[in-house]
Design a protein around this ligand. Sequence first.
Ligand SMILES: O=C(O)c1ccc[n+]([C@@H]2O[C@H](COP(=O)([O-])O)[C@@H](O)[C@H]2O)c1
Ligand SMILES: Cc1cc2nc[nH]c2cc1C
Length: 337
Amino acid sequence: MHAGFSTLADLAARLRDLPAPDAAAHEAARVRDAQLTKPPGALGRLEDLALWYCGWRGEARAQVSAPQVIVFAGNHGVVAQGVSAFPPEVTAQMVANFEAGGAAVNQLARVAGARMDVHALDLERPTGDISTGPAMTEAEVIAALRTGWEAVAPETDLLVVGEMGIGNTTSAAAIALALFGGAAGEWTGRGTGIDAAGLDRKTQVVARAVAANAGATDGLEVLRCLGGRELAAMAGAILRARMMRVPVLLDGFICTAAAACLEGTQPGALDHTLAGHVSAEPGHARLLERLGKDPILSLGLRLGEGTGGVLAMGVVQSALACHSGMATFSEAGVAGG
Ligand SMILES: O=C(O)c1ccc[n+]([C@@H]2O[C@H](COP(=O)([O-])O)[C@@H](O)[C@H]2O)c1
Ligand SMILES: Cc1cc2nc[nH]c2cc1C
């Protein structure tokens, strides 16, 4: 399917006309939930997850049959400022590891029964150094958004987008600062494990990046100026999922920062998404709070790749197994329903 956008203005127009969940299916799912063999509300948040999923899929009794995780990789010019504990070659080396099945996310995707796809975006051509100017031209950000848009499989019914990109916690922190304000230090963390001196340097780089791109206030423009190709691809996939009414589980700090750019342009653009987890990168909890998202899991992960999102797929699948598989009070002959 043609992406249907060739400029950021086209994309902003698409964002103004997004599908909503199916209120009747949501209500039918709620009625069914009330009849299941448990005290009302006893499955806690699992009940909300099942209703959320049924509403977006337009089914009173839904199950996940084609979960997909897509890992996008990109390289960042800002690594020249000494903002990561690892060298940028690791991005391409990890792509090879994803393709060989050796990364953490490969194992978790297998456990979740999810299809996994990997897209490396122009790794040999890092984005511009955000501490001195914009990361991408409009043509570059559109190309990356389209890669994400086109990566969502037609049969997918639950999506996780993850990323790999040395230097990308600097991008994510700069995006959060540009969108939500505050001090650079509130959004900047250790990423892959930079030391204390490195963290000071990185905080200054984040502040300089936002100052150097001060014209960027709209979400999509923030994505172009302060993001990276893998962040733009994640945003494109999240938007495509919305058009397909496919629920999305967000991963960590970088994934959430990319998603926040859509919400920055169009409030409500992330209504089909939930936070799969809260990462150990301190800016992530703050960002989720700003987006009004309560994470499903909190396991101290700070890996990215989609790992936290894929783990939460298991929780959503469990919620739907209960919602669709449990007997009602009358079916089971249990008193009190
Ligand atoms: O998902 C997260 O919250 C997260 C937190 C810290 C680091 N990461 C991963 O680490 C890489 C970026 O870290 P850095 O230090 O190079 O900016 C990138 O490949 C991310 O997938 C991911
Ligand atoms: C080894 C390694 C694996 C990763 N996976 C996601 N980000 C990563 C960063 C590093 C350094």
